[in-house]
Design a protein around this ligand. Sequence first.
Ligand code: DOR
Ligand code: ZN
Length: 344
Amino acid sequence: MTRTLTLPRPDDWHLHLRDGAMLAGIAPESARHFARAIIMPNLVPPVVTGDQAAAYRHRILAVTEDGFTPLMTLYLTETTDPADVVAAHQAGIITAVKLYPAGATTNSASGVRDFDRVRGVLDAMAEAGIPLLCHGEVTDPEIDIFDREAVFIDRVLDPIRRRTPGLRVVMEHITTADAVAYVRSQPEGLGATITTHHLVINRNHILVGGIRPHYYCLPVAKRETHRVALVEAATSGDVRFFLGTDSAPHPDDAKLSACGCAGCFTATNTLSILAHVFEAAGALDRLEGFVARNGPAFYGLPVNAATITLEKTDTPVPYPARIETGAGPVTVFDPGFPLYWRVL
Ligand code: DOR
Ligand code: ZN
């Protein structure tokens, strides 16, 4: 028996497309299924000015089909010019600004060390209605890696939001019950993206029975109780939670290394996995909100008019184990269970 599910075309509110040969190789994997995506700016060097964002946007459009809209972001540094941010937003070049605490993750060395030094930019963003997208982890070496998100909320995020009350904030790729609770506790101005992989794996998947580099990402997956809290949030119908895959390709040789890179590449099979997760939670009717409605509502954008249809099949849906790119092969995220939903 087959079943189908038709949704407005989904959007990805957190995506890494990289540049050059990697961009050309992996961008079609997202453009095939998604209408829009918030594009992360952590290139080498990072996208820090409106002009750089405009140029990067052109490079993305050159390798994607019509119908895919990249929504650009700027990488916040301690020397970001508030006037450039506001001008780029007014010109329609950027949608948001990304905060990386310095050293938190891939290509974050130019991120923020002293949060007092970005006050002026945050004030200008609040005034202009430009959202701040947070990589929510402290980088203090004293703080255990599994606690870094919860500590970020107390030490950095909540103080920033109290000091800049009008600032709209997205906690990106949340991984803890603490983050879910913080979002729920706030009356307004705060949303959160949840990745596909954090709905599927916990830290045992990374470490039990051998180390699995393809499950290593940042923020690192936490214990099972946190994964369950994320599934509960994503499938709850609460409009403050929406999909940001954080699909983050690295060539296999960079993942399978003594010091492997952080990132799970889920663009290829994300919708099949999400349909599985939502169905298992008895919440297939809420998939549409999570992938296609809650994000646009937060960003004040229309829901996509185009649609996409998923079909449930009796036999597992094949998908490639890796995508060959000019920058090397990229392994596609393995959810660890067969997928029966496919995108028609
Ligand atoms: O796992 C991750 N990979 N987390 C991030 O925050 C960055 C990303 C990347 O750019 O590879
Ligand atoms: Zn990311």
